[in-house]
Design a protein around this ligand. Structure first.
Ligand code: GAP
Length: 493
């Protein structure tokens, strides 16, 4: 993950989001609550459109996937079985000098060559380092993990280099006066019912996936589905993240779109490859530019012990390439764990062989908020020629599909525009705006990502036609006012 940096592009994007009512800081009037965000009138529509498209493509339009909606609060044993109680934590270090608390793996490690003067930071900001390194030495740095550099040859002179892991320093003040690392569990705890003792402790789910696994039996007994099949779910997840930031990229409350696809264990590789491909293409279908998307298969060392493969879909965010979604071949681990812990037989009866099997699972786990950040960042365009900022959102994602504007506030134009607006509103999200200069009204819609504009002008009074304006090309055509709904529907298809 690229480090959080002051980033002009991100600042521009977040201020547009605030200005236009996409995303606000949570509890802003009280000074805000760090890393929690509220979606405003435009943001909520964009979010719904993202989730609806996912649900349409992953659940509704497929015959092999069903949906479900589990509760956020689950039995604490779920999180013991899943491994979250034991493993879902970050190692934390306190800086004794400036009191900053940081993740141990966010500390600064140095590679030092004893032959030449090369001395560079290995992690924390490494992604930025990489380009600098290449420019300077004309060679690629070869790994991101500090361990990789232990006793390795210097990438510059080939001499002997070492990683100075002892010299872990605070990323804020650089002090080496640090506490030892302590494990910090990322799950939020709360209390169930009236008593506040440890027996009543429950967690807010840190992922939606477990709600699917624990309902495996309920779903196969009721949905009449055969292997291979998937169960999809969209919902909130909570993580008490240590390092948050980069706007909505990493927050403490977020939404996931997860689909667990159950397969015969011997078929898992085939389905893993299938879903990696499907999911990569899905982002292209959203209109995200292909050059800003890539797949990053995990190295063997990065994989959880039970996983056979994992690939991230990454997007080139203004702060660097970062994970948008993970697709993983998790084998039978999750069901096995719940079988062991609950004593229930979570298995599938295969009629052909007359046997019960525990299916393997291929998981597609995407973030709603990261998808929103991706489509916003990808759509942001400063059109210098026309002195405007445009969100070139896919019309299917755009919060408002059309703005209906009377050119001026007289001669009956507002009434005609209002009638068109009421008509259109029955079919799609539309916005009526009669205040201010037409140029300014267009600019506002360009920033909101509204793909079309309908303007009622003096010619409308003569021949009943209106102009239809295209957000990206700025082309305007005249169409009869009674054809507006039909013309827009055609364009949106
Ligand atoms: N069930 C697997 C799972 O939860 P993950 O990689 O921890 O895997 C999956 O999370 C996706 O959820 C990520 O790719 C990201 O899109 C989203 N996500 C995870 N943590 C997040 C956070 N703190 N803020 C926003 N999105 C997050």
């Amino acid at each position: 993950m690229a480090k959080q940096v002051k980033n002009e592009q991100m600042d521009k994007l977040s201020s547009l989001c605030k200005r236009r009512g996409f995303i606000f800081q949570s509890s802003e009037i009280y000074g805000g609550l760090a890393s929690t965000w509220d979606f405003g009138p435009l943001g909520v529509e964009l979010k719904r459109n993202v989730k609806n498209l996912w649900w349409q493509d992953l659940v509704v339009s497929r015959e092999d996937v069903v949906g479900m909606d589990a509760s956020i609060l689950m039995h604490p044993k779920v999180w013991e079985a899943s491994g979250h109680v034991e493993n879902f934590h970050d190692p934390l270090i306190d800086c004794k000098n400036c009191k900053t608390r940081f993740r141990a793996d966010k500390g600064v490690f140095y590679f030092k060559c004893s032959d030449c003067d090369l001395n560079f930071r290995v992690n924390n900001g490494f992604l930025e380092m990489k380009d600098e390194f290449k420019k300077h030495f004309g060679a690629d740095l070869f790994a991101e993990e500090p361990d990789h550099y232990k006793n390795s040859d210097c990438p510059h002179c080939g001499g002997k280099g070492t990683v100075d892991a002892e010299k872990l320093a605070c990323p804020k003040c650089g002090s080496a006066d640090l506490s030892s690392a302590r494990q910090f569990n990322l799950m939020f705890k709360t209390h169930f019912g009236a008593s506040e003792d440890s027996a009543s402790e429950v967690y807010l789910r840190p992922e939606t996936a477990q709600g699917i696994f624990v309902n495996f039996d309920n779903v196969i007994n009721t949905a009449r589905i055969k292997l291979p099949f998937g169960i999809g779910q969209i919902g909130k997840a909570f993580r008490n993240e240590i390092t948050t930031g980069n706007f909505i990229f990493r927050s403490r409350e977020f939404e996931q779109m997860e689909m667990e696809y159950f397969v015969k264990p011997e078929d898992s590789q085939k389905w893993y490859e299938y879903w990696v491909n499907e999911r990569f293409n899905w982002y292209k279908k959203l209109g995200v530019r292909a050059e800003n998307l890539r797949l990053r298969p995990h190295e063997k060392e990065e994989l959880a012990h039970y996983a056979k493969g994992c690939t991230d879909v990454e997007y080139k965010f203004p702060f660097g390439w970062s994970e948008l979604e993970g697709i993983a071949d998790r084998q039978t681990f999750d069901l096995d764990q719940h079988i062991k812990a609950s004593g229930k037989k979570l298995r599938y009866f295969e009629t052909e062989t007359n046997t019960h099997i525990v299916p393997a699972v291929v998981e597609s786990s995407a973030g709603v908020d990261r998808t929103i950040l991706t489509v916003l960042a990808d759509a942001y365009w400063e059109d210098a020629e026309h002195n405007r900022i445009v969100l070139r959102l896919n019309p299917k994602l755009a919060p408002i599909k059309v703005a209906i504007l009377p050119l001026v506030n007289r001669d009956g134009m507002p009434d005609i525009a209002k009638n068109i607006f009421h008509d259109v509103k029955k079919h799609m999200a539309a916005f009526f705006d009669q205040g201010g200069s037409i140029g300014r009204r267009y600019r506002r819609q360009d920033e909101a990502g509204t793909p079309f504009g309908i303007t009622v002008d003096s010619q409308t009074l003569e021949d009943g036609t209106v102009t239809l304006r295209d957000r990206d090309t700025l082309e305007q055509v005249r169409i009869p006012k009674d054809n507006v709904v039909k013309a827009l529907k055609e364009k949106l298809e």
